[in-house]
Design a binder for this molecule. Structure first.
Ligand SMILES: Cc1cc2nc3c(=O)[nH]c(=O)nc-3n(C[C@H](O)[C@H](O)[C@H](O)COP(=O)(O)OP(=O)(O)OC[C@H]3O[C@@H](n4cnc5c(N)ncnc54)[C@H](O)[C@@H]3O)c2cc1C
Length: 393
């Protein structure tokens, strides 16, 4: 792959960079991020509304969506450059939750005109935050075994069951969820895809506090929850395939690759400023150097994925390799940082603590990276079977 921008790509990069430089929200603290705790993300903060409105106007909230649906209709290389520049500048994304990235493409491909009219615009303007109701206590990696039931009753379906690990359910307005509509069909075939208003009676959201003492995900219980039949997306019992829809999204994980390098640069600065004069644990310098090489490797893996997409190929095991390598690297970087700081690495918060006491929390938070969005073991299965052609165990 040629790593140089073409003249058109360089011009596009310049346009994105100039926009960010001019308009970036100075109030945003990239070290704190957008996830929020109990109060949720700053969805109504004036600075965020302004930033979001500017991105909406350009179609940059959903760069891959076609223009007629409010996207920018960008090709994968243009999306890649946009994402890379946003990551380099550490500015927030224009959308919160899973609506734009996961639900939007599904509604564009399978939704009725009424569903498109009701939901797409509100999603792009940030008026509605969506959460993803897929995982259940017994169904994560083996998602198709899910047991939440939806039974037709007149013009409605009645939902009973439970979801778990639902990120942001406590501040989301709507949920897209998978529920079983035909328990007698083979497990992938009896599932339907629903849009559910979180204010519907019968829904209980219970917080799950993670081991970093943060409340980001939840359990969600459904007790006789009525959802109109018009809120099924695509064909009934074909929800598994409906949920697998993506648009031509760039899948390179370039944002993480850039973030790894930036994190290491901050660690190097700290080392130069504070560690030269003290005795430090053996081997940490070498570990930092290894992490740097790995961060460069992560970037190359991203380039490989985007190179394939730009050539019209569909990355499969290659995207799994990039995801697995990048998430495992985030854990190694967090581990090395704690080794570098020694006991001070365990400080949690505090203006005088190294990195204001963020690295200990980051170390704990990094554990989930190799679980969310498909575990490392599942990625390895994909790499083994689809990438290397090995037989299924
Ligand atoms: C931070 C975070 C946010 C999340 N947000 C959401 C959300 O918003 N919505 C949502 O629906 N879900 C969400 N999830 C859930 C996530 O999708 C699941 O945790 C994930 O798919 C794994 O499922 P599980 O937890 O049930 O583990 P299991 O599938 O039970 O796996 C347990 C262990 O067994 C291994 N394993 C399982 N099957 C195999 C296999 N075939 N071969 C080899 N090893 C295997 C796994 O790798 C893992 O180590 C979130 C998870 C995290 C950590």
């Amino acid at each position: 792959m040629d790593f140089q921008d073409t003249p058109e790509q360089a011009a596009w990069r310049g346009e994105v960079r100039a926009f960010i430089e001019r308009e970036r929200p100075r109030e945003y603290d990239p070290d704190k991020g957008m996830m929020g705790g109990e109060d949720g993300p700053p969805r109504d903060a004036p600075w965020y509304r302004r930033w979001q409105a500017q991105l909406t106007e350009r179609g940059w909230i959903a760069p891959a969506w076609p223009r007629e649906y409010g996207g920018a209709g960008l090709g994968v290389m243009e999306q890649f450059i946009l994402n890379e520049e946003f990551a380099e500048a550490r500015v927030p994304a224009g959308s919160i939750g899973n609506g734009v990235s996961m639900l939007g493409p599904t509604i564009i491909a399978h939704g009725t005109e009424a569903q498109q009219a009701e939901h797409l615009g509100r999603m792009l303007r940030g008026e509605v935050i969506w959460c993803q109701g897929y995982s259940e206590p017994g169904s994560g990696s083996d998602l198709a075994s899910l047991q939440t039931r939806a039974i037709r009753d007149g013009d409605d379906y009645v939902i009973n069951g439970q979801k778990i690990w639902t990120s942001g359910a406590h501040y989301s307005d709507w949920m897209f969820l998978l529920a079983r509509t035909d328990p007698d069909a083979p497990k992938h075939r009896g599932i339907s895809y629903f849009l559910l208003d979180m204010k519907t009676p019968g829904i209980t959201v219970r917080p799950l506090v993670n081991m970093g003492n943060l409340h980001n995900f939840n359990e969600v219980f459904f007790e006789d929850v009525r959802v109109p039949a018009g809120n099924v997306v695509g064909e009934v019992n074909r929800g598994w395939y409906v949920g697998a829809t993506t648009l031509d999204f760039e899948r390179s994980s370039i944002g993480s690759a850039v973030a790894h390098r930036q994190t290491l640069e901050r660690h190097f600065d700290y080392w130069r400023g504070h560690m030269a004069a003290v005795t430090h644990p053996a081997g940490v310098r070498e570990e930092l150097a290894e992490r740097w090489i790995e961060a460069s490797t992560a970037k190359m893996l991203s380039y490989r994925v985007i190179g394939m997409q730009a050539a019209g190929e569909i990355p499969n095991s290659e995207a799994s390799i990039a995801k697995m390598f990048s998430t495992e690297l985030s854990q190694r970087i967090a581990h090395t940082a704690i080794r570098m700081l020694g006991t001070a690495g365990q400080l949690n918060g505090g203006a005088t603590a190294p990195f204001e006491g963020r690295l200990g929390a980051g170390y704990v938070a990094s554990v989930s990276a190799t679980i969310a969005g498909g575990t490392s073991e599942i990625q390895r299965n994909i790499i083994a079977t689809r990438g290397l052609g090995l037989p299924r165990a």
